[in-house]
Design a protein around this ligand. Structure first.
Ligand code: PLP
Length: 384
C-alpha cells in the first residue's frame, strides 16, 4: 500500500540509520555513555554530547537545557507533571486546549484527579486557539500554560510566538508540544520565550523511542522528575542513554533542517495535487483553516461516506487514518474536529492524509484516484 500516514510516524532516513550503526556494534561506540572511567565510555559520552549540542543549536537553545527522553509522550508528561508537582503551592490551575494530543490531555486529566483544575480552550472553526481567550483564562491560581505548536490532525499552526510573548512578563510556565512541528518549521528559542518544549525523533525521519525536552534555565524552571535512578540527564530523566537512538535523532534533525524549505515546498506541491484530484467529485470538504497550516497534512471529509468504511475499503491500497492514529484502533469521531464545532457527516467522514519527503507525485495521483473510486462506489452502495 501507499503510505500516507506520515503524521503518525515517518520512515527513518537512510542517513540516520547509517549514523546509528556505530553505536550498536563492538567495533564502534557501543559503550555506556555513563562509563566515563574508561576511554570507550568517554568516547560514547562525547558522541552523545555532540548530538545534544547539534540538536540544541538547531532550536536556538543551549545544550545544557536539552534532555533526552523516549519521545514526546514522555516529554509532555515530564513537563506538565514536573511543573505541577514542583509549583503546586503557588497555584493549582493549568491552561491547555481541547485539541492537544492525548499525552497532554490525559496528563491534565490525571492532575485534575490530584486536585488541580484545568481550562481546556476551544479553537475556532479553523482549528486555531485564540491568544486573547487564553489570557482571559489566567487566574491567580494559574501556574502553567501548555499549547501545541502544530495540531496532529489538521496541521494547523497555533500562535505560540504570540502566546509566548504575551506570557513573557508573567511567572507562568509556557510548555509547547512541538512533536508535529520540529524539523518542519523553524523554532528559535533564543528569540521566543518558551520555557519547555517537547520534540520526538520519529516525526522528523529519526528512529522511534527517542525524543527530548527543552527546559529553559533548569535552576529557574524546576521539574519534579517522574523517574528516579542513576542520575543521568541532571537527575530529570535517569536511565542509560540510548546512544544509537540519539545519534540517529541528531542526524535526522540536521537533515530535516537542511531540507526544511525543500520538504515544505515538496509537501505543498503534493497537497495541491491531492486537493485538485479530490475536487473532481462533489461533496468534498477540507477541515481546518488552509492558510496557517503545515502542508504535510490534509484533513478531508466526503459527504455521505463514513471514514471507517472508506479507510477499511482502501486498507490494502492506502495507509490513511481517521483522526489521530496515535491512539486509534477503534475508529471514533475525532475530538479535535468536534472541538472545532464540526458535526454530522463532516465529523464522521473525516480522514487524515499525511505525506512527506519520500512521497511521490505519482503516489498522490494514485491515491486520489483510489479515494475517488471508493467514495463513488460507497455513495452508490448507500443509494441502493
Ligand atoms: N504530541 C503530538 C502532537 C503528536 O502528534 C504525537 C504523536 O504521536 C505525540 C505528542 C506523541 O509522540 P511520541 O510518539 O514521541 O510519544
Amino acid at each position: 500500500p501507499i503510505y500516507l500516514d506520515y503524521a503518525a510516524t515517518t520512515p527513518t532516513a537512510p542517513e540516520a540509520v547509517e549514523a546509528m550503526l556505530p553505536y550498536l556494534t563492538q567495533s564502534g561506540l557501543f559503550a555506556n555513555p555513563a562509563s566515563t572511567q574508561h576511554c570507550l565510555g568517554e568516547a560514547a559520552e562525547s558522541a552523545v554530547e555532540r548530538a545534544r549540542t547539534q540538536i540544541a543549536e538547531l532550536i536556538g537553545a543551549h545544550a545544557k537545557d536539552f534532555i533526552f527522553t523516549s519521545g514526546a509522550t514522555e516529554s509532555n508528561n515530564l513537563a506538565i507533571k514536573g511543573i505541577a508537582l514542583t509549583y503546586r503551592d503557588r497555584g493549582r490551575h493549568i491552561i491547555t486546549s481541547a485539541i492537544e494530543h492525548k499525552s497532554v490531555l490525559d496528563t491534565c486529566k490525571y492532575l485534575e484527579s490530584e486536585g488541580f483544575s484545568v481550562t481546556y480552550l476551544s479553537p475556532n472553526r479553523e482549528g486555531m486557539i485564540n491568544t486573547k481567550d487564553l489570557l482571559n483564562a489566567v487566574t491567580d491560581e494559574t501556574i502553567m500554560v501548555t499549547i501545541m505548536h502544530v495540531n496532529n490532525e489538521t496541521g494547523v499552526i497555533q500562535p505560540i510566538e504570540q502566546i509566548a510573548d504575551a506570557l513573557a512578563d508573567t511567572n507562568l510556565f509556557f510548555h509547547v508540544d512541538a512533536a508535529q512541528s520540529a524539523g518542519k518549521l523553524a523554532i528559535d528559542l533564543s528569540k521566543t520565550p518558551i520555557d519547555l518544549l517537547s520534540i520526538s525523533a520519529h516525526k522528523f525521519y529519526g528512529p522511534k523511542g527517542i525524543g527530548g525536552l527543552y527546559v529553559r534555565n533548569r535552576k529557574k524552571t524546576r521539574l519534579t522528575p517522574m523517574m528516579h535512578g542513576g542520575g543521568q540527564e541532571h537527575n530529570l530523566r535517569p536511565g542509560t542513554l540510548a546512544s544509537h537512538q540519539i545519534a540517529g535523532m541528531a542526524n535526522a534533525f540536521k537533515i530535516a533542517h537542511e531540507n526544511l524549505s525543500n520538504d515544505f515546498e515538496h509537501c505543498r506541491q503534493l497537497k495541491r495535487t491531492l486537493i485538485n484530484s479530490l475536487h473532481r467529485i462533489e461533496g468534498v470538504t477540507l477541515n481546518g483553516g488552509q492558510t496557517h497550516t503545515l502542508p504535510n497534512i490534509l484533513n478531508v471529509s466526503f459527504d455521505n461516506v463514513g471514514s471507517d468504511s472508506l479507510i477499511i475499503a482502501l486498507r490494502d491500497r492506502l495507509a490513511i487514518a481517521s483522526g489521530s492514529a496515535c491512539n486509534s484502533g477503534a475508529i471514533e469521531a475525532s475530538y479535535v474536529l468536534r472541538a472545532m464545532a464540526i458535526e454530522g457527516d463532516r465529523l464522521y467522514g473525516a480522514v487524515r492524509i499525511s505525506f512527506g519527503r519520500y512521497t511521490t507525485e505519482a503516489e498522490i495521483l494514485n491515491a486520489g484516484d483510489a479515494i475517488i473510486s471508493e467514495v463513488t462506489r460507497l455513495r452508490e452502495l448507500a443509494l441502493t
